[in-house]
Design a protein around this ligand. Structure first.
Ligand SMILES: [Zn+2]
Length: 171
């Protein structure tokens, strides 16, 4: 069976990233025992990665380079903001657990879009947050193997995503 539209493909891979300054570093390892499943042809993954997997079969290897512009985009300084500490109070009380450096907090912008921001600093100015995706500005190097391919279930095709290894459960 080949990887093509409306197939569920499981891949194992390593992702190395490069910000152009410190060289390649290992960012993520997905093993064959716990592969990543996706539905082909439904914009589940980067188009360039999907393109490289099309037509391949279980057991085939792949190696894909995606420059940052085709990945998570460039790093955008305007996505760094300072938010008053008062905005983080819950029922009038400071939420100290929330205000930790490295905490990633889901928020809504003024148009109601969901976004995730990481706290990078807390000082007298307020809470410094960075809403860039963690890999903004990084080139991506995927190397891996196709673990398995199966037909998608009708409901998966309707939803445009995978419902787990066997297609039965939903999240
Ligand atoms: Zn679903």
């Amino acid at each position: 069976m080949k990887a093509e539209k409306d197939k569920v493909v499981a891949v194992a891979y390593t992702l190395k990233v490069d910000d152009g300054e410190s060289g390649q570093e290992l960012f993520e390892t997905v093993t064959e025992a716990e592969p990543f499943y996706f539905l082909v042809g439904h914009s589940n993954i980067f188009p360039k990665l999907e393109e490289a997997l099309l037509g391949k079969e279980a057991g085939d290897r792949f190696s894909v380079f995606i420059d940052f512009e085709n990945g998570y985009g460039d790093y955008d300084d305007s996505k760094k903001v300072i938010i008053p500490k008062a905005n983080f109070k819950e029922e009038g009380k400071k939420n100290k657990d929330l205000l930790r450096i490295g905490s990633v907090i889901p928020m809504k912008d003024d148009k109601g879009n969901q976004m995730r921001g990481e706290i990078t600093k807390v000082d007298y100015l307020g809470v410094h947050m960075d809403f860039n995706p963690p890999l903004a500005g990084y080139d991506l190097y995927f190397e891996g193997k196709i673990v398995s391919i199966r037909d998608a279930e009708q409901v998966e095709i309707e939803h445009g995503h995978v419902h787990g290894p066997d297609g039965h459960h939903h999240h």
